[in-house]
Design a protein around this ligand. Sequence first.
Ligand code: FES
Length: 476
Amino acid sequence: MEPVTVEVREGESLLLALSREGLFVEAPCGGLGRCGSCAVRIAAGPLLPDSRHLACRVDRPGTYTLLRAHPIDLPPVRLPRRRKTGRDLGLAVDLGTTTVAAALVDPATGRILAAARRTNPQRAYGAEVLSRLRAGLSPDHRPRLAELARHAVTSLLASLLDRDRASPADLRAARLCGNAAMTLLFLGRDPERAATPPYEPGLAAEGAIPVPPDGLPLPPSAEARFLPALGGHVGSDTTAAVLAAGLTDGPRPALLLDLGTNGEVALAAKGALLVASAAAGPAFEGGGLTHGSPAGPGAVEAVSRRGPDFTFRTGGATPPRTWCGSGALDLLAVLLDGGFLDPSGRLRSLPPLPVPFDQGDVRELQLAKGALAAAVSILLAEAGLSGRDLARVVLTGAFGARASPASARRIGLLPPGPPAEALDAGALRGAALALRPDGLDRAAAIAAAARHVPLGDRPDFENVFAEHMALRELPA
Ligand code: FES
């Protein structure tokens, strides 16, 4: 492997310095020193030569030469040069923390014609939102973070246009959505207000934010906007998911959980839309688990148990290597049922498993579950409702749409109530619907009805959170 030389500046880690230079080291825990993935061999520099270190833990300024870092692959993207085909097309984008998804859309109907997704290349700055925000606070890293997100969208657009034999000149409009952090970083803005108390980025007051002219290579006639955000960290991806689920139009009270790397909760009841974001962390996307990953080949997606026999279903029909969120959720449920796990979260023992799993993993999942269930419980209480009153429950998001509702109820993540509906790619579908002639008005109506409930401000939050750490079904 080629040695690389990098300068660590005062106040930054070697991991951040590598990202600044466009060099990639896996950092799923976001630089907390927990995952061990960012280990590098230092060949020369201020630390002992020829020693191994976690790049996120090295912060002594100086010039380092090291032996493990790959350039972040940003090959130049060219949109196809094709004449206008005479069709009208729209571009819908869901800027997820883990995955960026895009679709070509018929703007008359909001129907998705072709869709594609790819990993968010900002992962070089950490798997979760907080580490990206921390990096975005530095003017050294901010342009790079914007470039990475914009490059991801542009490369998806290029492949979609190619696949559909369409021309960039066919594009009439683009609608983007994302959580508050992803939106700020795409726009290249200082994310300080999102990263520091009271965590109010102020995006909701701006309505449907236009994408700057240098943001995407679209024809000047194509109008590109983010959907309106809903308040705090509840971004335009939740607006889109609410739109796609018809949450404010169908039977109510209706609860939507958008579960991915972050967790957002929306409750449509009594003419209002209460929304909250839960600091759930990336455990349900596999982040922070010792052997976790997003869903994909080799990730255990589902676990079931019949008597002493366990069955593990893996994505891509490949041998199990990691746990993704839905598999880890099922595992908690079957471990509880089999008496291997206490409702308090203490592991008594483990049956033979194809992928290691330990007490620390249980705690990570418990923290995520506690934060989400507390958010649901607080919104229901704000509306004067209980789970039994709900007419609809919708699960969406990378983890939400795959999660087994039965397992979610078993561990107390979902309240008792009607059967949960899975909405695949809710945010992308909502961005597609927002391309329809009435789309932005409908998104604006959702934003106007929304009331953000900031959970961190509530004196009862810690207690409700602690109560919901228990892994047991919620009372009917
Ligand atoms: S241990 Fe360094 S990023 Fe996880």
